[in-house]
Design a protein around this ligand. Structure first.
Ligand code: UDP
Ligand code: MG
Length: 314
């Protein structure tokens, strides 16, 4: 009888979340109790945690074989942890969500409904409330505006890594070997029929956020450079504008020196020109460098992550 039920995989990246794992597992079991027509597996991806998360996962797996885990050899980051979960999940559809209960498991019911209606991707949008810090709300809104301006994909405000993907989408993602992942963008880029659901984020119940400002900025830059070369174009325009200004000023200086009695004193204008053009050169070099760095990392062709232990080996 259980063979005829549709298998749904739940992928959960875990980085030092020892205290929350039992609770999120319980909540997911409660959700699936209410929708008995689905069978499910949970795929926890331990992203090199150094607390007791892995032991917790081993214990949970002993309790119930529906609870599976992969364990990375070190920390590879949230995006790759989700990717590894997708690569190894067996379900007809795969739902990814965070371990900290900010993504309410109860939404799974609605996601599955939309999937049954025929949508291949059901993504979610965080409806910000007081649960999210003022800083995060503002930076996130500004970032998406900036990202959408710079790149060729359109990502909605508050898009989260809490989504359902149909098997055929997961199979395509599995074959992409992009190593600097920005899943939100990649999923949008893939097309298919997509449906967005709003949700009110829960508060993180245990542990603390793993995304500090540095990681957020790094993910933000990845998001931009993965989907557009427009920053390179902008660099060219900045260069062109700067040379135009410089050239105009040079003509002025030339005329002033040879044909007028204006006594130009040099230091201020000289130092300004040096700083201005020096700054622009470094900025554009930095932009070019970002892309070369990505090329370098990709060309080496290293695996994106290394799994040291898994209950999904077969
Ligand atoms: N996470 C991970 N690897 C990391 C950082 C985070 O697997 O290097 C996991 C983390 O355990 C959580 C999810 O990714 O399940 C989202 O992280 P977090 O809640 O810290 O981010 P926030 O919600 O604060 O943006
Ligand atoms: Mg969180």
């Amino acid at each position: 009888m259980s063979q005829s039920r549709t298998l749904v995989s739940i992928v959960i990246p875990v980085y030092n979340e020892e205290k929350g794992l039992t609770k999120i597992t319980k909540r997911i079991f409660e959700v699936f109790d209410k929708i008995p027509k689905y069978d499910f597996e949970i795929v926890f991806v331990d992203d090199g945690s150094y607390d007791d998360s892995l032991n917790e996962l081993i214990a949970l797996n002993k309790e119930n074989p529906k609870i599976n885990y992969l364990s990375f050899s070190r920390n590879f980051g949230h995006q790759l942890a989700v990717k590894a979960g997708l690569d190894n999940a067996n379900g007809m559809c795969v739902i990814s969500m965070d371990a900290d209960l900010q993504h309410p498991p109860e939404l799974i019911v609605e996601m599955l409904q939309k999937w049954e209606e025929g949508y291949d991707i059901v993504y979610t949008r965080r409806k910000d409330d007081k649960g999210t810090s003022f800083f995060k709300r503002k930076t996130s809104a500004a970032y998406y505006r900036f990202l959408n301006f710079l790149s060729d994909i359109e990502i909605e405000q508050g898009a989260a890594d809490f989504r359902l993907l149909d098997r055929k989408v997961v199979d395509i993602l599995r074959n992409l070997s992009e190593n600097n992942l920005f899943l939100r963008g990649l999923v949008k880029w893939m097309g298919f029929s997509q449906y967005g659901i709003d949700y009110a984020p829960g508060t993180r119940e245990f542990g603390k956020t793993k995304y500090n400002v540095r990681k957020m900025i790094s993910l933000a830059i990845t998001g931009i450079t993965s989907f557009s070369t427009r920053p390179l174009r902008i660099a060219s325009w900045i260069g062109l504008t700067a040379s135009a200004i410089g050239f105009t000023y040079a003509i002025f200086a030339f005329i002033a020196f040879f044909f007028t009695d204006l006594n130009l004193t040099g230091w201020t204008s000289l130092i300004m020109a040096v700083i201005f053009f020096g700054g622009i050169q470094l900025l554009t070099l930095g932009i070019i460098g970002e892309y070369i760095g990505k090329l370098f990392m990709q060309v080496k062709g290293r695996p994106n992550y290394i799994i040291k232990k898994s209950t999904l080996d077969d």
